[in-house]
Design a protein around this ligand. Sequence first.
Ligand SMILES: Cc1cc2nc3c(=O)[nH]c(=O)nc-3n(C[C@H](O)[C@H](O)[C@H](O)COP(=O)(O)OP(=O)(O)OC[C@H]3O[C@@H](n4cnc5c(N)ncnc54)[C@H](O)[C@@H]3O)c2cc1C
Length: 477
Amino acid sequence: MRDLAALDEAARLVVTGRAGATDQQAIVIGAGLGGILTAAAFARTGWSVTVLERDVLPTSAQYRRGVPQDRQAHILLHRGLQAIDGLLPGFRAELLARDAVPFDSGRMPWLSEHGWLSNDQPSWEVVSATRPLMDAVARDLLRRLPGITIRDGLRVHGLESVPGAWRVLADSADGPEVSVSAPVVVDASGRSSRLSHWLPQLRQPEAQLVDARVGYAGQLHVARGEPPLQTGLAIIGRLPDGASGLALPVEQGRWMISAAGMGDFRPPRDLAGYRGFFAGLRDPAIVDLLHVLEPAGEITVHRQTSNRRFAWGRHADWPAGLLVLGDALCSLDPIYGQGITVAAMQAERLHDALSAGRPVDRRLQRQLLAVTELPWSIATGNDLRYPSCPATPSASQQLSAAFTSRLGQLAATGDLRATKAFSDVYHLMAPPTAFLRPSLLAAAARPLPTRRLPRPTVLDQLSSSRPEPPPEAPAGA
Ligand SMILES: Cc1cc2nc3c(=O)[nH]c(=O)nc-3n(C[C@H](O)[C@H](O)[C@H](O)COP(=O)(O)OP(=O)(O)OC[C@H]3O[C@@H](n4cnc5c(N)ncnc54)[C@H](O)[C@@H]3O)c2cc1C
């Protein structure tokens, strides 16, 4: 990542030398992570920013209505951690100070579609926390930056272009109508963005939609004694149901245990169904884990998970001073854990543009869209294989899926080059060309070894906690 501190200084010079700081005003709609990081990008380049948020924001890490997905497991990919820490220095340290759980993703037991992956090679760090904690830490760091105003409890309901500026109209539950104006406005209002209603004159590109009908069910748990594992645990689904389980240690000795499945195999909300879902997975590790945990919250489900993207900025008449990013621009099937990282990379792109004194215009909007290309192709390329997804993959998508599957099989034989390439691309730390290294291509072209990696021994300690089966009734009883 580029040296943001150096760029910040350069930006301040550009701002004061060119137009004077008073011109540098922006409004950000939405204080989810996308909005917070966008505001950080502006503030760190000398702009004044007003963030308008519909919810009344909590002062600590709490669930809130405007981010209904915050009750589900959120993994922050390493690229996202890196980008957020650049925009909000101290983010990682503060997460750790508030009890988030760091682990090496290379040590995480991971049952892939083709078998267990190696868990004895170091890889990218994950700092695991609940979504409310990530938001709270980011919000607190944002508030310390100069030029930030957060106005919460205000629902934006209109956006107008007035000479030289945008006027944003908002209302609150009991207060008067509010109007705020600035030359730049960013829509970071998430999947429920109303941009096309606010600006009906905008030529809206047709939505790209790939919906594998993924459903989540999640519940927080707390460990009864010592932490049962020092790392997360993933059981990845395969065709046709995509039935998966993810267990993440999070702050305060808790565990977020999420089930995910596709179409008719989406996990239910009731306790028996939720537990039964894990019992049906390909490996009992999560069932074993649940034996040493106690529920610490309700089971919640979430089913708004389609991949949906609007190519905002495609049309030449895109207005100056308007940007859309985060889920408002492109929301992705969350199974791949990419959404926050994409929003963070977009905020990073915005920061770089402002630092270089480039205008907020269509070109920048297209750059924000370009950030979604790789994550979009990873998520949709995989989802299109599932029968619950009504769309049909193109020939090139089928070819790419077949090649990725071959590399996946290679990784499950213990090939560390393939495992590393998957980890690098999954964490968005490398482009997919990482799959095309000559030695990897050569290994994939040879007949694959028949051996598969064994189940990680770290899971044995969980199996030992399995309750004894009830004694069999004596014959004839
Ligand atoms: C089940 C599930 C699991 C997920 N797991 C992961 C994961 O593991 N890793 C990952 O990186 N991503 C994950 N995601 C995706 C991630 O949650 C989103 O990509 C991320 O929250 C996008 O941030 P955002 O700021 O664009 O939108 P949001 O976080 O949705 O925030 C939008 C904000 O805008 C506000 N708002 C909306 N309308 C208005 C209005 N009219 N006026 C004012 N404010 C408004 C909302 O109240 C909210 O605060 C998951 C998503 C789901 C659904």
